[in-house]
Design a protein around this ligand. Structure first.
Ligand SMILES: Cc1cc2nc3c(=O)[nH]c(=O)nc-3n(C[C@H](O)[C@H](O)[C@H](O)COP(=O)(O)OP(=O)(O)OC[C@H]3O[C@@H](n4cnc5c(N)ncnc54)[C@H](O)[C@@H]3O)c2cc1C
Length: 406
C-alpha cells in the first residue's frame, strides 16, 4: 500500500461506517431512476430524498468544494476514497444529476469568478441537490459561432432587463436558475460585448418550450426572455468579460465529459465476448469474422490510448486537477471511443441491433439502440467535434487561426 493509501485508511473506515448507517439498503444498485432519471420528471421522495439530504448534510455530494459553502472540504485523494466506498455498497451520488448544470459547470465557475456574496447565495443550493441550473448559451443563430449571440441585457437601474431567445437549453423547464451569456454592449467587437448573468427561471419574463424528440423525450427547450429580470449583483465576473467566464465554464463542461461511456449500461461484458456471442467463433475459438476482429482490436487500442492519455495529462498536471484546454483532447477521444463502440456493437448485433420495441428483442438490445442514437449528441454538445479540433489546433498546437475574429 502506498503512502497516500495508508494516510486515507482512517477516512476509509469512517466513510464505510457512515454509509452503513446512512445509505438506505433499498437504493443499493438502484442507479439514477429513484432520483428522476435524466429528465428529473419524478419528484424525489422517500429513501431517495433521505439519501440526497444525508449526503448533502456531509457535503459529500460535492466532496471537494469548500465546507463553509456546503461542500465536503475533502482533498481529491479523500474524495476518491469516498467514491470507491460508495461504489462498494452500490450507492450513487445523485447531487450532480439533481443540480443539472450546477455541479459540473456553473458551480465551479462561480467558485472561480464569483464574489463572496454570490458564492454564499448560490453554492449551498447546488450542494443540496435541490436547486437545479440550466445553461443559456446557444441561440438560433449562435451555436458554434457563439460570439454572435444576440440576447440582450440592459442596465435598467436596479436590475438587468433581458430580451431574446436561447435554444437547446437542457432542462430549462425544470430548472430554478439559469447561467446565461448575454450581449451587454453592441458597439464593440462581438466577443468584447458579452456578459455572464445568473437569473431565476420562475418569473413572468421567462418562457420555456420543451423540444420533443422523435423518441418522445424532451431533454431540452427553446427558452424565451421577454423583459426577464436579473439582479444587478448576479453578473458573474466583470461587465463585458463574459467571453472569458463563458469559455472557462465550457472547459469545466468538457472536463466532465472526458469519460468514454457505453451506449447502454445494460449491455454488459467485454466487447469481444459480446461479439463472439452474436457472430460465433471458428475452430480456434476466435471471433468468426477476421475483418470485424481487426476493427474490434483497433477499437480496444483506441480505448487503451484514451485511458493512457487521461493518465498522462493528469500526471503532467502533477495531481493538480485544474481543467485546461487539454479537456478538448479528452472530450474528442472519449467521443470517438464511445461512438465507435456503439457502432461496432450495433453492427455485430445485426437485425437484433436495430429494434425499437417488441418481444423479438432483448431489453439489452432495445436499450443499446437508444444509447447508440443518443450517443450521436456527444459530438455536438459542449462544443462540436470540429470546434474541439479548432481549439486543440490553436491553443495546444499553436497553429495560426484561420477563421475571422468577430
Ligand atoms: C443533447 C444536447 C444538449 C445541449 N444542451 C445545451 C444547453 O444546455 N445549453 C446550450 O446553450 N446549448 C446546448 N446545446 C447546444 C450545443 O451547444 C450546440 O448544438 C453546439 O454548440 C453546436 O451548435 P449548432 O447546433 O448551432 O450547430 P452549428 O454551429 O450550426 O454547426 C453545424 C456543423 O458545422 C460545424 N462547424 C461549425 N462551425 C465550424 C468551424 N468554425 N469549423 C469547423 N466546423 C464547424 C459543426 O462542427 C457542426 O458539425 C445542446 C446540444 C445537444 C445536442
Amino acid at each position: 500500500m502506498n503512502d497516500i493509501a495508508t494516510q486515507q485508511e482512517p477516512f476509509r473506515a469512517e466513510v464505510a461506517e457512515w454509509l452503513e448507517e446512512n445509505f438506505p439498503k433499498s437504493l443499493k444498485g438502484a442507479g439514477i431512476a429513484p432520483f428522476g432519471g435524466v429528465e428529473g420528471e419524478i419528484p424525489v421522495q422517500g429513501d431517495a430524498a433521505d439519501w440526497r439530504d444525508r449526503l448533502a448534510s456531509r457535503g459529500w455530494g460535492t466532496p471537494t468544494w469548500p465546507a463553509e459553502l456546503g461542500g465536503g472540504g475533502l482533498s481529491h485523494d479523500a474524495a476518491k476514497v469516498l467514491s470507491e466506498e460508495m461504489h462498494k455498497v452500490g450507492a450513487i451520488n445523485p447531487i450532480p444529476l439533481l443540480a443539472g448544470m450546477g455541479v459540473t459547470m456553473v458551480g465551479p465557475t462561480i467558485l472561480e469568478y464569483g464574489t463572496d456574496d454570490q458564492k454564499q447565495r448560490h453554492i449551498p443550493g447546488i450542494c443540496s441537490g435541490k436547486i437545479r441550473w440550466c445553461l443559456g448559451y446557444s441561440e438560433p443563430n449562435a451555436g458554434s459561432d457563439l460570439a454572435s449571440l444576440a440576447t440582450k441585457a440592459e442596465d435598467n437601474g436596479d436590475h438587468w432587463l433581458i430580451n431574446g431567445q436561447k435554444v437547446w437549453t437542457s432542462g430549462a423547464d425544470i430548472s430554478q436558475w439559469c447561467g446565461a451569456l448575454v450581449r451587454t454592449d453592441s458597439s464593440v467587437k462581438k466577443r468584447d460585448g458579452i456578459s455572464f448573468l445568473m437569473l431565476e427561471m420562475d418569473q413572468p419574463g421567462v418562457e420555456t418550450r420543451p423540444i420533443k424528440l422523435i423518441a418522445g423525450a424532451s431533454p431540452f427547450c427553446e427558452t424565451f426572455f421577454n423583459d426577464a429580470q436579473a439582479r444587478k449583483d448576479d453578473l458573474l465576473g466583470a461587465l463585458n468579460d463574459g467571453w472569458s467566464v463563458g469559455k472557462r465554464l465550457l472547459q469545466h463542461e468538457r472536463a466532465s465529459q472526458t469519460g468514454a461511456r457505453p451506449a447502454s449500461n445494460k449491455v454488459s461484458g467485454s466487447l469481444q465476448e459480446l461479439a463472439k456471442a452474436y457472430v460465433g467463433v471458428n475452430d480456434q475459438g476466435v471471433l468468426n469474422d477476421a475483418d470485424l476482429r481487426g476493427r474490434i482490436a483497433d477499437h480496444l487500442m483506441h480505448t487503451r490510448a484514451h485511458g493512457l492519455t487521461i493518465a498522462r495529462i493528469s500526471a503532467e498536471a502533477k495531481g493538480n486537477p485544474a481543467v485546461s484546454a487539454a479537456a478538448s483532447i479528452l472530450k474528442n477521444s472519449a467521443t470517438r471511443v464511445s461512438q465507435e463502440r456503439a457502432e461496432l456493437t450495433l453492427e455485430f448485433m445485426g437485425h437484433q441491433g436495430v429494434g425499437w420495441e417488441g418481444g423479438d428483442y432483448s431489453e439489452e438490445e432495445l436499450e443499446h439502440v437508444r444509447g447508440w442514437l443518443g450517443g450521436k449528441a456527444i459530438s455536438i454538445y459542449g462544443g462540436s467535434f470540429e470546434i474541439q479540433n479548432n481549439i486543440i489546433a490553436k491553443n495546444i498546437l499553436g497553429l495560426p487561426e484561420t477563421t475571422q475574429k468577430g
